[in-house]
Design a protein around this ligand. Structure first.
Ligand SMILES: NC(=O)c1ccc[n+]([C@@H]2O[C@H](COP(=O)([O-])OP(=O)(O)OC[C@H]3O[C@@H](n4cnc5c(N)ncnc54)[C@H](O)[C@@H]3O)[C@@H](O)[C@H]2O)c1
Length: 360
């Protein structure tokens, strides 16, 4: 193997163009060498921008002898089938979030990667390398909040009509974001899978029970445009998510777009609040860098949002080179998916769903 992990990109749409390509240019241990997209114009413009050969043929990536790993950035329902094909071709697999649209697909992808002896990871876990996320995890481990009692995630956007057929950039015209089968769901699975991964990672807790209510209020799509869910964690803590994509007054684009957005963790001896570029921490305890009985503001450059993914890709490459599991193997993506698919099922049955679940 070369001294860098050589990747092939599968799916060259919005995220591959505006983010992943740029991030990979900044990694130390990863190099993109080839790409594919079924839309000829999309492949051609990616090739022009990034100066790597891109074609409409998946085989050009999967049979490419120099490709060590693939990054799959396609509509959600294709992540697992394409990942399985890549694994069977001997390529390590990174899938964009969410890992899949069904637990069966997630399990099949994990199993295919194990059979083939290749690594697998779901990209939402890149939030684990955000400085604020790492700091919050360390503070909880140092006892800053005591035992976690509750978590809160709130966010709202006002996505324009054009989003549903072209994302934020309009680079590719598609309908998959509107389709329940192809996307798996709306605002929750599309934008908040980062938040459930962050909370699970920071607190070390798993979700044991989910109850949700959601609907499609004003967007002409099959997926939800507002959702509320409650969680019960394994330690007994409770959690809530409230998220919408059609909130008047919220920003036109961007996931959150409200000042009150963010993640919040309540413990028996303190609180941690993620707010814009700051981590706000209150503790009753004595912890290095914090003032007991007061709020401490810790500044983080969250706006340089791509940096965690530079680390994510480099760490994945290190795992390949060292022959170990990635920091966040596919099972982590599966756990995130389990929570949100449970929410969607709960919203249909109006009953709580207990986790973890097995695929059918
Ligand atoms: N757009 C964002 O801001 C953003 C941010 C983070 C993650 N993501 C994730 O990235 C993934 C892609 O989203 P996007 O916004 O880039 O969508 P997109 O529709 O802009 O791009 C998807 C691309 O996949 C291609 N494609 C379809 N079938 C394919 C196949 N069989 N083989 C190869 N390519 C195929 C399409 O032609 C399209 O160019 C999704 O999982 C999404 O959740 C997107």
């Amino acid at each position: 193997m070369a001294d860098k992990l050589r990747v092939g990109l599968i799916g060259l749409g919005e995220i591959a163009y505006k983010s992943t390509g740029r991030v990979l240019q900044r990694t130390e241990k990863v190099e993109m060498i080839v790409g594919t997209d079924p839309v000829a114009g999309v492949a051609a413009s990616y090739e022009a921008e990034y100066d790597i050969p891109c074609s409409t043929s998946l085989e050009d990536v999967l049979t490419h002898a120099d490709v060590d790993a693939v990054i799959i950035s396609t509509p959600h329902h294709l992540h697992a089938p394409l990942g399985i094909q890549a694994a069977e071709a001997g390529k390590h697999v990174i899938v964009e979030k969410p890992m899949a649209t069904t637990l069966g697909d997630a399990d099949a992808l994990i199993a295919a990667c194990k059979r083939a002896g290749v690594l697998c990871s779901s990209k939402e876990c890149g939030v684990r390398y955000q400085p604020a996320t790492m700091k919050a995890k360390a503070l909880i481990e140092q006892g800053a909040v005591g035992n976690v009692m509750a978590t809160q995630v709130f966010g709202a956007a006002n996505k324009p009509a054009s989003y549903w057929t072209g994302g934020y950039s309009g680079r590719v015209q598609t309908t998959w974001r509107k389709s329940k089968v192809e996307s798996g769901g709306g605002i929750l699975i599309m934008n908040y899978i980062y938040d459930i991964d962050r909370l699970r990672y920071i607190t070390g807790l798993e979700v044991a029970r989910v109850f949700a209510e959601y609907d499609t209020y004003k967007t002409p799509v099959e997926v939800e445009d507002f959702i509320a869910l409650t969680l019960r964690y394994t330690n007994g803590a409770v959690g809530m998510f409230m998220a919408g994509s059609c909130a008047p007054g919220a920003a036109n684009s961007g996931v959150r777009g409200t000042r009150a957005a963010g993640n919040r963790i309540f413990g028996t001896h303190g609180q941690i609040v993620f707010e814009d570029n700051q981590l706000l921490v209150y503790t009753e305890n004595t912890v290095d860098g914090l003032t007991p009985g007061a709020w401490t503001e810790l500044g983080f450059p969250l706006s340089s949002g791509d940096d965690p993914y530079v680390t994510y890709f480099d760490r994945f490459a290190e795992a390949v080179f060292e022959g170990r599991d990635p920091d966040a193997p596919g099972e982590e993506g599966r756990r995130n998916l389990d929570v949100f698919l449970a929410a969607y099922d709960s919203g249909q049955t109006h009953a709580p769903v207990f986790l973890p679940r097995q695929s059918a």
